[in-house]
Design a protein around this ligand. Sequence first.
Ligand code: SAH
Ligand code: SF4
Ligand code: F3S
Length: 448
Amino acid sequence: MTEILARNAPQTVRRSRPESVLIETYGCQMNLYDSGVLEALLRNRGFEMTRDHAAADVIVLNTCAIREHAESRVIGRLGELSKYRRDNPDLRFAVIGCMAQNLGEAIPRQAPYVDYVLGPDQFYRLPEYLARDPESFPVINLERGTFDYERVLPVNENPWINFVTISRGCDNICAYCVVPRTRGHQRNRPPEEIVAEVQGLARQGTVEVMLLGQNVNTWVHRGQRFDDLIGRVSRTDIQRVRFMTSHPKDMTPDIVARLASYPKLCEHFHLPIQSGSSQVLSRMRRQYTRRHYLELVESVRRHFPHASITTDIIVGFCGETEAEFEETLSAVDESQFDSAFMFNYSVRPGTFAAEHLPDDVPESTKQARLSRLIELQQRQAEENNRRLVGQTLEVLVDGPSRRDPERFKGKTRTNKTVVLDGQTDLLGRLVQVRITQTDAWTLHGTLL
Ligand code: SAH
Ligand code: SF4
Ligand code: F3S
């Protein structure tokens, strides 16, 4: 922490009413969705949004706790941002989301200028709290809740693509993972609510929705299953549907087969393998084997021949031997992933692994293994992409290219980025693009 600008003792209230809010979002898509909901709720209550820290009356950090680094980054960021308090003593800080839940009152203890600490089940109360000052700060609310906020359509920076959360929390027991602690048990949103939200977004111009959950395939509601939900969402005016994340133990071959009957469903599946060794998977308490995973990949490829499959991998989990790591390399080789998020194992206090399994793979070994894995994965992604040269793909054009603002970028059904030339009237449209050139991350193409 850089500097302490307020005392930790509860402050008495003598602040002007806040009007403009700035939200910074860290972590996964679920946090992006929650920030979008919060923004909509704030706007409904008459707050304005700003991107200028110096002009903000409230700075909100929507945070992640998945690895140690995610948390230390936010602590560092809070220290940096505390300087704005100097010019504006009325400035309020809110820390919401997974790290808020995980660290609770330890946050204002470290950063005494933090006024609100709200967990992932309570963040939506922020507008209410801002409208009516409490007796004293900080306000800490980490209770589990039911999300009884008014119906709003989440705001997304990119209006063509939106997220829709279908379930919150997670009932799995992965030994390394903090999410069940931060987000609690799985709670499924009713299908009527999900469908109404998707339809509302489609009416506003959203072309593609990604349905979100930590484990979407176990979504159920009064006898309806996940694939029934995909069917219902497909019958709205939305043009593309995708989902994330599937747990390999719950993405069964019959679900895969049934999903193949929905043409709006995009051929992209995020199937986190975590490790290619059955022994490591068992220590991770992932509840599937290497063989089950590889068969799942095969079944996806059988039903969706043009599918892209992406994954998450943890390197250097407790007790991982060289031979076990090599099984991960060979599983990656067999699976031909289009992209992968790859991480060194990071101990999360309170998890099963933190309490029962020693973190015994040296940092240097983790780093060396991660580098080998990344190299293999990139080579593979490049090869996969090279095979697309000459093909015509459907692209949703969704903004200017990051590298070259004169050009446009878009997304294929397989979730790959394509850079192309064109005019602004292409924005938000589904177009056919012939792929001319590729690398590991991006495709380049010409509009047909
Ligand atoms: N629900 C999703 C994952 C959510 S977390 C699933 O089941 O796959 C996103 C990814 O972060 C995980 O897939 C995992 O690869 C990684 N991760 C989670 N906990 C971790 C930890 N303690 N150390 C390193 N990576 C971790
Ligand atoms: Fe974490 Fe496992 Fe749940 Fe994913 S499925 S959020 S890795 S506990
Ligand atoms: Fe997402 Fe991070 Fe929470 S990955 S669920 S924001 S711990």
